[in-house]
Design a protein around this ligand. Structure first.
Ligand code: GDP
Length: 530
């Protein structure tokens, strides 16, 4: 089934999504089970044919081995029935960062995992709100039903209230905790029974002809059956039926109940994503939007992963293809620099493996090894000067000065900081006056992470110290006015890692004052990465 029958079949069968959840809800376990159903894990266990098969694997593997890059988990592609799933990983750290936001610009849907005992937790809520900004379709998986969990209606109510989204049960759990035996598949009138003995086994599925089918009583103990029938009757009365349109516009989420650890409910969720989930969507861009079925290839960089070895400048740009049919060796125009790039070593992240991408379609994620030309927000096209929009950079909320332990190593430090800035892990500001760099992050933990990465990857001990500034704003507006503003405020001016002008201050009052004194200058807290 497809919502866009006019799409080329190769594009229509693609489902590109991310999983959002609070730490510990079961994202990793669910991902593993996706791969299991996608046939990828099984493959990983098999010894690969020597020779030919090996040789076709990319140089990239070698690069990964030699230089210690590990990028495989960032995107995973696998087949499920006649669909191609592309799962894009959201960064795992609990500090919310724009990295997460940008990852979500590369997907068409999100699977929201919640813990059946805990409901909607803080990180889930934050990530959900980011999805909401783009009206992303969301499918919900309520996990850990094999353990004591909350009342089903409570869980649904909490999602509806906290997240302001309609919830439609796609399945209904039978029994709680130790007595949980499985779910009733509301969408297909099936009884799915969980096998507690074998965690990797696909659930036993029993076709039922409606809720009054006597077969139900054969499989469900009588005390559970009574409660279930009562609940499902109430659910049918009180809760909305699945409306595929509402799912696609982000106003309704279907919810499946299951246990990722027991491989239970996972296949139904995948079926749901295949059947109702969106195919590759129109990408907003300037001066015009990009439709996936356009013949010409376009793509944009949403993530850059630099390598761990400072001697090499290799990095991998993760590109979401927005349109067309890409073939290896194609020459694409890097719109920002107007230069052509021959894409000879694109990588496709097949779950268990990395392979050269001989071809890819709109919706797919490919990795392009490069030497730093490709930055987050860059667009690649077949020549047209078109730029993907909506990939913002946020003003950091925390600023600190960073100094090398050894003052002679300032150049090294600059290089290290620039690398992290390119990866999107931090903002780096070079003040017009004074020495040192000011580093901006969104969560406090990131300073520690940066310090240890710089030490580890560059052998460079560094200190982060309180900065005299607490806020950064990008400067835009009429050039003459901007020049005048810069000349009068040199103490506050810096350039960011892209060379753009930034105003640093410690007072909101200053920002307000600029607004009054320089009506032709705007200070902004976000910048479009273009
Ligand atoms: P993540 O932090 O969201 O990636 O969560 P993990 O997948 O690492 O799971 C967190 C913990 O919950 C691990 O100890 C898992 O074994 C456990 N877990 C995951 N799924 C289930 C489940 O369905 N039932 C139970 N009882 N435990 C689960």
């Amino acid at each position: 089934m497809t919502n866009r029958p006019d799409l080329p079949p190769e594009i229509a069968r693609r489902r590109t999504f991310a999983i959002i959840s609070h730490p510990d809800a079961g994202k990793t376990t669910l991902t593993e089970k996706f791969l299991l159903y996608g046939g990828a894990i099984q493959m990983a266990g098999q010894v690969r044919a020597k020779g030919e098969a090996r040789r076709t694997r990319s140089d990239f593997m070698q690069m990964e081995k030699d230089r210690g890059i590990s990028v495989s988990a960032s995107a995973m592609s696998f087949d499920f029935e006649k669909y191609r799933f592309n799962l894009v990983d959201t960064p795992g750290h609990s500090d919310f960062s724009e990295d997460t936001y940008r990852t979500l610009t590369a997907v068409d849907a999100a699977v929201m995992v919640i813990d059946g005992a805990k409901g909607v937790e803080s990180q889930t809520q934050k990530l959900f709100e980011v999805c909401r900004l783009r009206d992303l379709p969301i499918l919900t998986f309520c996990n850990k039903m094999d353990r004591e969990s909350r009342d089903t209606f409570d869980i649904i109510d909490e999602i509806q209230e906290n997240l302001a989204i309609d919830v439609s049960p796609a399945s209904w759990p039978i029994g709680v905790g130790r007595e949980f035996i499985g779910c009733y598949d509301i969408l297909r009138d099936k009884l799915e029974l969980m096998d507690r003995a074998d965690r990797n086994k696909v659930a036993e599925s029993i076709q039922i002809s409606g809720l009054d089918d006597p077969k139900l009583a054969e499989h469900v103990p009588v005390h559970l059956l009574e409660k279930f029938l009562e609940e499902i009757e109430m659910a049918k009365e009180l809760l909305p039926k699945l409306d595929p349109e509402a799912l696609l516009n982000g106003s309704m989420t279907p919810i499946w109940f299951g246990s990722a650890m027991n491989s239970f409910g996972v296949k139904e969720l995948m079926d749901g994503l295949a059947t109702y989930g969106p195919e590759p969507q129109v990408q907003s861009a300037q001066p015009r939007n990009i439709a996936p079925e356009e013949k010409n290839v376009t793509g944009f960089v949403f993530k850059v992963q630099a390598n761990m070895d400072p001697k090499h400048r290799d990095r991998v740009a993760f590109v979401r293809l927005a349109s067309g049919h890409f073939e290896r060796g194609m020459k694409l125009t890097h719109v920002r620099s107007k230069k052509q790039m021959a894409i000879t070593n694109p990588v496709l992240f097949l779950a268990a493996d990395r392979e050269l991408a001989e071809e890819a379609w709109a919706g797919d994620i490919i990795g392009i090894p490069n030497h730093g030309q490709l930055r987050i927000g860059d667009t690649l096209t077949e020549g047209e000067a078109i730029r993907v929009s909506g990939i913002p950079s946020f003003a950091p909320e925390l600023l600190q000065t960073c100094r090398a332990g050894d003052p002679m190593k300032a150049k090294h430090l600059e290089k290290a900081l620039m690398q992290f800035a390119e990866e999107g892990a931090a903002k780096v500001f070079k003040p017009t006056f004074g020495s040192g760099f000011i580093v901006g992050v969104v969560g406090a933990l990131q300073f520690e992470v940066l310090a240890s990465r710089i030490e580890l990857e560059y052998g460079l001990p560094v200190r982060f110290e309180a900065s005299q500034f607490t806020s950064a704003r990008w400067v835009a507006g009429d050039q003459t006015a901007v020049d005048k503003f810069i000349a009068a405020n040199k103490q506050h001016i810096a350039t960011d890692n892209d060379g753009d002008t930034v105003y640093l201050t410690r007072l909101q009052w200053d920002i307000d004052r600029v607004g009054r004194d320089y009506p032709d200058v705007t200070l902004t807290a976000t910048k479009e990465m273009m």
